[in-house]
Structure formats: structure tokens, C-alpha cells
Design a protein around this ligand. Sequence first.
Ligand code: FES
Length: 313
Amino acid sequence: MSAPTLELEIADITESAPEVSTLTLKHPEGRVLPSFTPGSHLVLECSGKANAYSLISDPVMPTSYQISVLRIHEGSGGSRWLHERQPGERLTARPPRSAFAPQLKARKQLLIAGGIGVTPIFSHLRAAAAWGIPVEVLYAHRPGHGAHCDELKTLAPGRVRCLDSRAEFAAAFAEAVIRQPIGTHLYCCGPEPFMDIVVGTARGAGWPPGRIHTERFGIDALDPGDPFEVVLTESNQKFTVPSGISLLEALEKKGFDIPNLCRQGVCGECVLPVRTGAVLHRDHFLTEEEKESDEQMMCCVSRAREEELEIAL
Ligand code: FES
């Protein structure tokens, strides 16, 4: 049985920053769309691929969804395809899912964004402002490439800093990370090296891991990978996973209903047991030891390191 889908119509497209398009999506008959948890994403079918995009719009009884999409020139093509869409066209989506939800017990939220990682941070800020939770935002972006800065500042006047130099961001974060009240939770989304610095600095300042939350970028930023053969030992099937298609997508096309949530190698939902073969692990869920054992894999992002994988499915 395949997962339920939503048909959505593109109501509007605006440019929020160079190479960043903001799409407003509505039900074709104007119905209210499913509500969602702040930090949720929408999985859109983009020319045969499924890509996850963070929702930046109001999560309660929404009459539209908004996503902001950075055009990634060297990605698997999903963002380029979305950038070519026009208002009035329809898209197929899976209902919103959450893998980066805010902690309701947080005394304060320190929200850190880098580049297009501002999208789930925008959603968290919107919720914090609505719920009256103290919040502080540092948003690092390239000069002239800050998306949604004005909207962020309107949501939390005086508590949002958009910083377009690395040195300025580093100084602001180093100062912010040591003066937060106990009970503050840190949320961060941005490029991998950016998040490594943020998390490393916070850990170095004594933040416990349970108060640091990260959202990794989508699979569109991963290279499309080489084709590989899959043997399903329980259902006695063998097929090829082409370049640019994940094993999860290939299994869904064959009619398998594989549990999944983030589709970005973060949540651990899509784990599959591996019988034989070397896995090219690209997830952020398994430990290094688990990756070395090659006994399981996250089929939304990971692929075969060699020509063939045997999966116990
Ligand atoms: S769906 Fe979340 S790790 Fe694959």
C-alpha cells in the first residue's frame, strides 16, 4: 500500500533571495490543508524524485503551504525542476511530516541558521513567537543572499540578527552560546561544516547533547550516485537502482510500503537489514560502529559501495 498523497496547486512563486524561490501551494478547491508541527517538511514528487522541503508557513489550519527552494546546480535535479514550475501547475506531495519538532518544555530557543537552512528555523521562530517562548535568532548568509530576513525580524523584533560575514557570525555565536539561561534549547540548520562548528562550539561550552537539535540538508544536495543491483532475499526479486534514484524510491515504485519520515537520512525510520554487500552510508542516524558492520542501512540516502546489495526484505 502506498503512502497517502495530496494534490497541490502552485498559487504563487516569488524570489526570496537570488536562486531561492518561494512557492505558495494550495488545495485545488481551496480546502484547508492538514496542520503540521513546526519544523515539518513536505515531500514533493519532483520529476520522478521525492525531495523534502521545510514548511515556512503558518502550521495551524493552513489554507496554503509555503516552501523556499534553493536552486542547487550540481544536485540530483529536484530543485532545478521546481524552479522551472509556473503558477497554476499541480504538484503531488506527501502530507507534512516532522523530524525536527520544537521541545515544548524549552525555557528559551536559540535558533541558528546557515544559508537555506533558514527555512525550518523560520518555522520554529513563527511557533516561538505565537507561543510566547523567548527566542533569539542568528542567521548566517552570504552578502545579498539572506532569505526572509525582513519576515524574521517582524516576527521577533530586536531578537533576530542576519549576519553576512563569517567573522561577525562566529563572534555573535561565541558570545550567545555562553550567556543562555539554563533550559535553553539550541536548534540549528545549515550546511554540514557550519553545523559541525555550531554543535562543536556548543558542546565545548558545556551544552548537553539533549539540548542541541540539528536538521540536516535534504538529499538534493547529495550526489546522485552510481547505479547498483539489489537482491531482495525474502520476496525473491532483483532489480537495478538507477543513478539519481534512492533505494527507498525504487522500492516504492515496486509497491513496497517502507516506513519513512525525513527522507534525509536523519530519523532512522527507513532502516533495512542488509544480508551481504558493502554499503555507502550517507545517513546521520547510524553510529560509526553500525556503519562499519554493514548490517543495516537507511535506504532513503544510502547506496551500494559495490555492484550489488542483498537486503532481507
Ligand atoms: S526516512 Fe528518515 S532516515 Fe530514511
